[in-house]
Design a protein around this ligand. Structure first.
Ligand code: DAH
Length: 509
């Protein structure tokens, strides 16, 4: 453990530690600079690193220093302007204000300042433009004021540590501070380095200052001499700042992962529109026109456009017959009067199965197609329901496709996402046999329902002219994403909670 720390020390860190050892474990950085022949920057950065490793303590004091500006130096040499006026006043007792500049050899802006200070220091009074020296002024001629004393001192010593100042210096400082641009106040940091207990243990183990190899040369690589060089260890667990690289939203990530699985399984991708006719969304899927799912409280009907154009008359007629009497499908149909106006209604698609129906009407088997898209249902928003969500829908059509193939495809798909799946018998108007897929949640030891699947019925296939069996499935995506992200509330997926999003991994398991 300690040996690892030693291995990870840089050359400079070792030198600073050794340097401290020679000063009996504590000294100033300046002493290390001198004894180890390093520059102060290297010593300070090595000291910082040693401190973060707990090997030394860095004590820091802030010192304030005061010194004179150029103007300040001028005043220190020639005297403050009020002092210069006082000297002439002492000779002449009274001077008209307008003559001050000449007599004391000051420019007019200095005269203004000087008058202010003459009055403040009570060295003179002014009456009707005449400046008269006071008693205090006379006394002051041979006595220096605290600001003047400080000026002199600063001129002599150049810079003064302003720490616990005497009363006089403090007074002088306060006076000079009232004038602009006389004093420079600088803060200087003073450091003191002390080896900690851990650092001492390390030193006792012996620190060997050997040159570390940093950048290898071509020569070293060619001759093999790199093998004998000394390399510094890296602390791969060193603290690092958090970074939040840009990444895909987890729902989109899930969609992309799903797309990749189907693409790799040889499916072609297709898509449809969100606005769909009831014809493609319901009628051609053999969903009777009085089916509960078509009710206004379940489906969003669109006012504008109210209707959507229907496909060819022949196809529409075939669907009508399938519903009314089974047509040429070998079925009896639903036995009611089918209304073309109902089929024209525009809806927000309630499932992506309409994409599959359209694709089958336009493409000849054999085919494998999937699509991913948003669907809409009139649901109240809760932690597990949203009025819009995503589905992945697929069909496989070929002469020898069977129900077992369908179950195999779904198993394969869920396994690739890391889930166990099981099937339960179900009912959909457009499939027979039909199943619901459920995936297993090991944490909760329960199964949850994620979608439906089945073999499209002849009442669906005959009217659109498909002669082969078609295996079909439609699966919810949000719930899958929730499992992968381990979230309990579906709304999280749409909330854009930046804190949560940042913490998520770039790739989901
Ligand atoms: N459309 C069904 C739903 O939204 C899911 C579904 C069931 C799709 C069976 C299919 C299918 O393609 O064959 O719940």
């Amino acid at each position: 453990m300690l040996q690892n720390i030693i291995n990870e020390l840089t050359q400079y860190e070792k030198m600073v530690l050794k340097g401290l050892e020679s000063f009996n474990y504590e000294t100033t950085p300046e002493n290390i600079v001198e004894s180890q022949n390093l520059n102060i920057k290297s010593v300070m950065s090595a000291a910082g690193a040693l401190e973060s490793k707990g090997l030394i303590e860095v004590q820091k004091d802030v010192n304030e220093f005061i010194s004179l500006s150029i103007t300040g130096k001028g005043y220190a040499k020639e005297g403050l302007p009020e002092r210069r006026i006082l000297k002439t006043l002492n000779d002449e007792d009274q001077i008209p204000m307008k003559d001050l500049s000449n007599k004391a050899d000051l420019d007019s802006s200095e005269v203004k300042i000087a008058i202010g200070w003459l009055l403040q220091k009570k060295w003179a009074t002014i009456d009707k433009g005449i400046v008269t020296i006071t008693e205090a002024g006379r006394n002051a001629v041979s006595n220096e004021y605290s600001d003047e004393l400080l000026l002199e001192k600063l001129l002599e010593v150049n810079k003064l540590l302003f720490f616990n100042p005497s009363k006089l210096i403090k007074e002088g400082f306060d006076l000079l501070k009232k004038r602009k641009g006389i004093l420079d106040v600088k803060k200087e940091h003073k450091y003191y380095l002390k080896v900690t207990k851990k650092g001492k243990q390390l030193l006792e183990m012996g620190i060997d200052i050997k040159e570390d190899a940093t950048q290898l040369t071509h020569e070293q690589l060619k001759t093999g001499s790199w093998k004998k060089l000394n390399y510094r260890g890296y602390d791969v667990q060193a603290e690092h700042p958090d970074t939040f690289p840009g990444k895909m939203h987890p729902l989109q990530r899930t969609i992309e992962d799903i797309r990749q699985i189907f693409l790799k399984m040889g499916f072609t991708e297709s898509s449809g529109t969100i606005l769909e006719s009831a014809f493609w969304n319901f009628d051609c899927l053999f969903q009777p026109q009085d089916h509960a799912a078509r009710e206004m409280q379940d489906t969003f009907y669109i006012k504008n456009p109210k209707n959507v154009n229907l496909p060819s008359d022949e196809l529409v007629e075939n669907v009508r017959m399938a519903h009314e009497n089974g047509g040429c499908t070998g079925s009896e149909g639903w036995g009611y009067l089918w209304d073309v106006e109902v089929a024209k209604q525009s809806v927000l698609r309630t499932h992506t199965t309409c994409v599959s129906a359209r694709y089958l009407a336009e493409n000849k088997p054999p085919l494998k197609m999937f699509s991913v898209g948003r669907v809409f249902r009139r649901e109240t928003i809760t932690y597990k329901h949203l009025p819009e969500f995503h589905q992945v829908e697929g069909i496989v059509a070929a002469n020898d496709i069977t129900f077992k193939n369908l179950l195999g495809i779904l198993k394969e798909f869920y396994h690739k996402l890391g889930f166990e799946v099981r099937f339960r018998p179900a009912y959909f108007p457009y499939t027979y046999l039909s199943v619901e897929c459920e995936i297993y949640l090991p944490d909760k030891e329960t199964w949850i329902e994620l979608g439906g699947a089945g073999m499209f019925r002849p009442e669906v296939l005959e009217p659109i002219g498909v002669k082969t069996p078609v295996a079909a499935f439609g699966l919810g995506i949000e719930r899958l994403a929730m499992m992968r992200l381990d979230i309990k509330d579906i709304r999280m997926l749409y909330k854009s909670d930046i804190g949560w999003l940042r913490k998520l991994p770039v790739k989901l398991d």
